[in-house]
Design a protein around this ligand. Structure first.
Ligand SMILES: [Zn+2]
Length: 121
């Protein structure tokens, strides 16, 4: 019989202590409650929703450059150094800004921490 503080061994099916990490009968390691919880949370969540940060980065790249201000999106994503450089060079005469727009739009643009900013959350 399985008591309340017991569980069944994943290998041999013997009722063992619920807190046991290893089955005393067959010696097989048991999945812990913690691991099960982690596994549950690790289930791939359905991808939905537009990444707000991506949208803001894209808009900050496109909109100010229309009036000749480039690199605002780089400040927003923590790339201050290249942001200043971009501002001073007018986005590399627009070419650099154009490249960044393409990079952002195609999910290849990375922030200062090297994390890709993609359109979906
Ligand atoms: Zn066992």
């Amino acid at each position: 019989m399985k008591a309340e503080n017991e569980k069944y061994c994943v290998n041999c099916g013997e009722a063992i202590d619920a807190r046991a990490e290893v089955c005393p009968k067959c010696g097989v390691r048991q999945p812990t409650e913690y691991a099960e919880t982690q596994h549950f949370h690790a289930e791939p969540a359905p991808k939905r929703g537009l990444n707000e940060r991506w949208l803001i980065t894209l808009l900050l790249c496109i909109l100010p450059c229309i009036v000749g201000i480039n690199g605002i999106h780089r400040f927003y994503t923590g790339k201050i150094g290249t942001g200043v450089l971009m501002l001073l060079t007018l986005g590399g005469c627009g070419i650099w800004t154009l490249i960044d727009i393409i990079m952002i739009a195609t999910n290849q643009y990375k922030d200062d921490d090297g994390i890709v900013i993609s359109y979906s959350e």
